[in-house]
Structures are given as C-alpha cells and as structure tokens.
Design a protein around this ligand. Structure first.
Ligand code: NCD
Length: 498
C-alpha cells in the first residue's frame, strides 16, 4: 500500500494499521540508518519552523539527509514575507512549487491544515500552537511499543500542562484508538481542554470521570487535586479495548456527583461516611508522560509564577512509590523544572530515547509520504475506531471560532478563510471548528426556507426548541447571537426563548 502524496496534519490522518506499518519501517531505519541514502535522492524537504525547536526540526532534517534528500529551511517568521503581511496560503503555494514535501511548525492553531489546503504537496504538521503535534505522538508510541510491545491495555498517566501541550492532545487520541487507559494529572487550571475531552467522547466512545482525591495518594502527590480517569465508554469494537482494569484510589466526595459523572461498572466503591474507595486491581502505572508548563502560551508572568508554584514534579522520590515500579517515564522535551535531573540515569527514564527515535520514525514517515517506500497493512488493522463524517456548516452567518489563536481568526488569513465547522450534534447544537477543533454551542438558528413569499416568516428560534431542532441541515442558518440574527433582518419567533 502506498501512502505517497498523503499529509499528516492530525494524528487521525493515519490509521492504526498504517502507524504499525510505519513502525516496522522505522525499525528497519533504526537498524541501518546509514544505508538508506538512495531512497529520497533528488527530493527536497522544506523545513518551516516558526516557533523554537531543537529535536523536531533537527531530527526531521537529519532524517531527510539520511534518506539522501535535501533540505531548504526558514526558521524565523521575521525573515520571511509573512512578516510583510503575506498570508499562510500564499506562502504555502510558493513553497509548494519549490519543494516535494513541507514540514511546518507555526503558533496558530490550524496553520498546518491551511498549508495542506494550498501547497499541493504533502504537508507534515510539526506543531500548530496548542492544537496537535502528530509526529511527536509517533515517536512516543514507537518508544512505548519498543519497550512494551503493545499499547493496548496499558495504564498511562499524562502529567502537567495538559491544556496547552499539543503533544498530549495528539497522543491522547492515539492512546484511545490503541485502547490504553488514560489517567490525567494536570497542574492546577491546566486540565485537558473541553474540546479534546468532547472529541474523546464523540469519536472514541471514551468516558471521562472526574474525581476529587484525598488520602494517602494525594499526600504522595499521585493525584494532588483532580484526577480524571478515562475508560472506554462502550466497547463497541471490543478487540480495540483492554479489559477495564481496576484501580485503587481513595476519594472523598458526594456519591451523587460521581454518579452524575457517570461512574460505571469499571469502578467499584464502598461507601463509608462519605468516604469511599474506588478499587482498581492493577494499580501500577505503565507510563508517566510529563509535560513542561507551556509558558509561551500564557498571557502574564504573574500567571506563570502562580502556576509554577503548584506544578506537579516528577523526581526520584516520587518514583519510589510502588505504583511506579515499572513505569516508563516519558517527556517530549524540553524539560524545565517538572522533571528532575536525578531521574536521568534511572532505567525507567525514556525521554532521551524518545528524542533519538525521532530520526528513524521521521525517516520512515518521509519515505512513505514521498512514495519512496510502500507498506503492507493487514486488513483487520486497516481502520481505526471510526471516522465520523459530520455534516459541515460553511454558511456566512457571522459565526466565528471562539479560539483567538485559531488561524481562521487571524487578520492576514480572514481575507480568504471562511469559518467552517463540523456539526457534531444537534442536541445540544455543537459545532467544531475544522481548523482547531474548538467547540461552540450557538443558541439561535433559523431556516433558509423562511421566505415562501412572506417576510413575516423570516424568524429565528432557540436552537434547542422543537422548531429549531427540526430545521433540515441544508436549510440551517446558525447565529452567534440574537444581535447577529437581528442584524440579518430575522425577528424572534415564539421559539426564541430570552
Ligand atoms: C514539544 C513541542 O514543541 O510541542 N517539544 C517537541 O516537539 N519535542 C513539547 C514542548 O515544547 O513542551
């Protein structure tokens, strides 16, 4: 099977089978990196890194050179015409006419997707703001697979700034697809964004359970405040998912709240005076994935100082806990204070291996997308959980992505980018931005079928009213606000609740 001319913008662009096949090829590249020089001879990779990078850029460039290809690069927006106000689309078209493949890192969320829309050659997302970083996920999964052979059924704790860390956003979808059990331990206020959890629920049938933790574990710093434990909701493809393990954490709280959050058969609890135990048989953590505080994504130094104070730290002392006995300690790097240097010579530390695997993994990826190699994928592995083709909403009704970092909200890009959303649900009405995945829940809708000759029928309704929900998709007009509806000459109907 050929992956030639495909792009990797989000981790969902590769199926599980394709990822497995890429890893087999990476094994070959790792075994004899210096013997691959004939594969991409004559090919040019454009390396566009508009945010700091050491590992990702240099491993991509090393990979291309090892494959016998060449590299052209731009590593500073200020030194490109983007600084003169050129759009990403124009830059993409131009670079697409020089190179055979583009690797791009950019601070705007959705930038790699736009480059892919306009370049006409394969594009690899090397990180778009806080959104995704799919090739880091390939390195992460490859590292776990080299040590543990499989990802299915592993208990993996994601640790640190889960809100802004793009590597964990790509990683979590992949872990869900390969059937891992995921535990979140975020820094205060740095939890997994709602839209990522939303996608985990709608696309992968995972269910998040939020628990307040107290007791021994809390003291040891395992679950200092909020632990979010994620398990497959419905094993609709049982083979994909592990048997749900049983963990043991002590929690204190009110049972109604927990039940409301949908604690299901995977968790058992004994109630004694409002203090109950959730028992999980296998309490060990297979992998601890640590993230630094993404300080470049925060507004003020005061905010950063505040977050630093309670940021969870992984050190030798923490790893003495018996639940970490066989834990792989992973980190995409760079690290700052969240991962102590005293862990470096511990056999459980994997982060420098992760970085080193960047070369064979990226060699395999480049060789595949450039059509220099093909792979065989066993049929049963060809797909992953499911790809939902949601209807797309593109009407120009004034609705915008709520994420100010989204490419669809940038001054130089609004000239040509029209906001575009997937309609993920009608009840409640949920739109997901196609560029950055952020979600919104607009309150007012109308039907384009209003006219029938009568202007008085040009009415808007509350999106969750009986009438609002009944509007056919092809006629649906969605408003960001009542003001917007009125600005477009619609009047409130009796279904527009105030
Ligand atoms: C990560 C990134 O840039 O998102 N680094 C990397 O690519 N290895 C993680 C980070 O910067 O914290």
């Amino acid at each position: 099977m050929s992956l030639a001319n495909r792009s990797l913008v989000t981790i969902d662009d590769l199926s599980n089978g394709e990822i497995e096949a890429l890893f087999s090829l990476a094994d070959e590249m790792a075994d004899s990196p210096t013997k691959q020089g004939g594969l991409c001879q004559g090919k040019i990779m454009a390396s566009l890194f508009f945010e700091p990078s050491t590992r990702t850029r240099l491993s991509f460039e090393t990979a291309m050179l090892r494959l016998g290809g060449r590299v052209i690069s731009a590593v500073d927006i200020g030194a490109t015409s983007l600084a003169k106000g050129e759009s990403i689309a124009d830059m993409a078209k131009v670079v697409g006419s020089y190179a055979d493949i583009i690797v791009i890192r950019h601070p705007w969320e959705g930038a790699a997707r736009v480059v892919d829309d306009y370049a006409g050659i394969p594009v690899i997302n090397a990180g778009d703001g806080s959104h995704e970083h799919p090739t880091q996920t390939l390195c992460d999964l490859y590292t776990i697979r080299r040590k543990r052979e499989t990802i299915r059924g592993l208990r993996i704790a994601l640790w640190g700034d889960l809100k802004h860390g793009r590597t964990v956003h790509s990683l979590i979808y992949a872990l869900a697809r390969f059937g891992a059990t995921i535990l979140f331990n975020a820094g205060p206020g740095l939890g997994m964004p709602e839209h990522v959890l939303g996608k985990l629920t709608t696309e992968y049938d995972y269910k998040s359970i939020k628990v307040k933790t107290l007791g021994e574990e809390a003291k040891r710093g395992l679950f200092p405040l909020d632990a979010m434990y994620v398990t497959p909701d419905r094993p609709h493809q049982p083979a994909m998912f592990p048997d749900i393990p049983e963990i043991s954490i002590r929690i204190k709280g009110d049972i109604e709240t927990l039940q409301k959050h949908g604690i299901n058969a995977s968790l058992h609890y004994n109630i004694s005076e409002n203090d109950f135990q959730i028992k999980l048989k296998r309490s060990e953590i297979d992998t601890l994935y640590v993230m630094r505080l993404q300080k470049e994504r925060h507004a003020s130094t005061e905010e950063i100082q505040g977050l630093k104070r309670n940021y969870p730290v992984v050190d030798k002392k923490l790893l003495k806990g018996k639940e970490f006995k066989k834990t792989l300690v992973m980190h995409p790097l760079p690290r700052v204070d969240e991962l102590a240097h005293d862990v470096d010579d511990d056999p459980r530390s994997m982060y420098f291996k992760q970085a080193a695997y960047g070369v064979p993994v990226r060699m395999a990826l480049l060789a595949l997308l450039l059509g220099a190699k093909e792979v065989t994928i066993p049929e049963e592995q060809a797909s992953f959980v499911r790809k939902i083709d949601y209807p797309v909403y593109k009407r120009d009704s004034g609705i915008k992505c709520p994420n100010i970092k989204c490419i669809s909200n940038q001054e130089t890009e609004v000239r040509y980018i029209k906001p575009e959303f997937k309609i993920v649900s009608r009840e409640p009405l949920t739109l997901r931005c196609v560029y950055c995945d952020h979600e919104l829940h607009p309150q007012y809708v109308a039907s384009s079928d209003w006219h029938e000759g009568k202007l008085e029928n040009k009415k808007y309704h509350s999106a969750d009213s009986h009438f609002g929900r009944k509007i056919k998709l092809e006629n649906l007009i969605i408003f960001a606000s009542e003001n917007e509806a009125q600005a477009q000459q619609f009047k409130p109907s009796s279904y527009a609740r105030q």
